[in-house]
Design a protein around this ligand. Structure first.
Ligand code: GLV
Ligand code: MG
Length: 306
C-alpha cells in the first residue's frame, strides 16, 4: 500500500445533486466519486455531466481522491461521459470508475479513449487511473485479465448488481440468503476479487451497504471484507463514514506492534551485518515473512495518518 492512494472510505455522490456535492466536500472520506450511472436518471444525464465538470473545477476537495463513475459500456452514454468530463475537468480528476466491466476490452477502450482526450487537451497521458467494478458473473470469470489491463488502480466489488447477476436469493447486500446455512455466501466472490487484485498489485475495494441507518449491519459486513484484506469500502451516507474509516484502518495496537517488528528486525539484522535472517522481539520470533506482514499493517496505518 506504500505510495498508493488511501481508499479506506469512498463516498458515492449523485452527479445530479448540487446539494449532495456540496455536502460531500466536508466529509472525512479518503475518496469520493461523482456518479453519472445508477444514481442519475436517464433524462438527467446530460445536465449531470456539466454539474460534475463544474464541481471538479471548483475544487475544495481537500486531498481526497477525485473520481467520476461513468455509465457502463452497454449504454449509449459512456463515450460522451468520458469526453465531456475529461475535456472539461481532466486536470482535476484522479480516476474513472467504470461499472459492469465484463471484459478487459472495456478497460482497453477506456484507456485508448482517455489517451486521445489527454493528448488533445495537452494533459499528462496516463495520469488518470481506472477502477473497474466487478458486477456480474462474466466480470468475475474475466477478473485476472481485467485486473492486469492498462491504468487499473483498484478492483471494486458491486454487490447489488452482482447478486442480481447470479440470481442470489437475497435482497439485502451482505445478508446470507435464506436456505444457505453452510457458511458465507459472499466469501468466494470477495476472495476471488482480492486474489486477482493482489496478483496484479492493485487495490481491492468492497462496494456499498444499502441499509444506511443500520451501522451495526455495515460493521458486520464491512468487517468481513476488512478482515480478509480489502483496502476500503464505499459509503453512501455521512452516518457510514466513521465506521468504515475505522474498519479499514489497522487497530492502534496492531499498528504499534507492526512498527515495533519493523524496528526490531531492522536493528537485529543490521547489527549482525546483514548475516542474520531471524530475530527476537520479546518472546516472538520474527523473520522475513513477519517483516512482510508487518509492512502491510504499517503501510495501511501510515497511509491513514496513524
Ligand atoms: C454497486 O454499484 C452495486 O451494484 O452494488
Ligand atoms: Mg452497480
Amino acid at each position: 500500500m506504500d505510495g498508493r492512494r488511501a481508499r479506506r472510505s469512498c463516498l458515492a455522490v449523485p452527479g445530479s445533486s448540487a446539494k449532495m456535492i456540496d455536502k460531500a466536500r466536508g466529509l472525512g472520506v479518503d475518496q469520493f466519486f461523482l456518479d453519472l450511472e445508477d444514481a442519475v436518471a436517464p433524462l438527467a444525464k446530460a445536465e449531470a455531466r456539466d454539474r460534475v465538470v463544474g464541481a471538479l473545477n471548483e475544487g475544495g476537495w481537500d486531498g481526497k481522491v477525485r473520481s467520476v463513475r461513468v455509465n457502463a459500456l452497454d449504454t449509449e452514454w459512456t463515450y460522451r461521459d468520458v469526453v465531456t468530463v475529461v475535456e472539461g475537468a481532466g486536470a482535476e480528476l484522479d480516476t474513472i470508475i467504470l461499472p459492469k466491466v465484463s471484459s478487459p476490452d472495456h478497460v482497453r477502450w477506456l484507456d485508448l479513449t482517455l489517451t486521445q482526450v489527454e493528448r488533445a487537451m495537452g494533459l499528462e497521458v496516463g495520469r488518470i487511473g481506472v477502477e473497474p467494478q466487478i458486477e456480474d458473473a462474466r466480470g468475475l470469470v474475466e477478473i485476472d485479465a481485467i485486473a492486469a489491463a492498462p491504468r487499473v488502480e483498484a478492483l471494486i466489488y458491486g454487490p447489488a448488481d452482482f447478486m442480481a447477476s447470479v440470481n442470489m436469493r437475497s435482497l439485502v447486500v451482505g445478508q446470507q440468503p435464506p436456505g444457505y446455512d453452510v457458511g458465507d455466501a459472499y466469501h468466494y466472490t470477495l476472495f476471488r476479487i482480492l486474489t486477482a487484485a493482489r496478483a496484479a498489485d492493485v487495490q481491492a475495494i468492497d462496494g456499498p451497504y444499502l441499509q444506511i441507518k443500520d451501522v451495526d449491519g455495515l460493521r458486520a459486513v464491512g468487517g468481513r471484507s476488512a478482515a480478509l484484506g480489502f483496502d476500503g469500502k464505499w459509503v453512501l451516507h455521512p452516518a457510514q463514514v466513521d465506521a468504515v474509516n475505522e474498519l479499514f484502518s489497522p487497530r492502534q495496537e496492531d499498528y504499534d506492534h507492526a512498527e515495533n517488528i519493523l524496528d526490531a528486525y531492522e536493528w537485529h539484522t543490521s547489527a549482525a551485518g546483514g548475516k542474520r535472517g531471524a530475530a527476537m522481539l520479546g518472546d516472538e520470533m520474527i523473520d522475513e515473512a513477519s517483516r512482510k506482514m508487518a509492512l502491510v499493517i504499517a503501510g495501511k496505518g501510515r497511509a491513514a495518518g496513524m
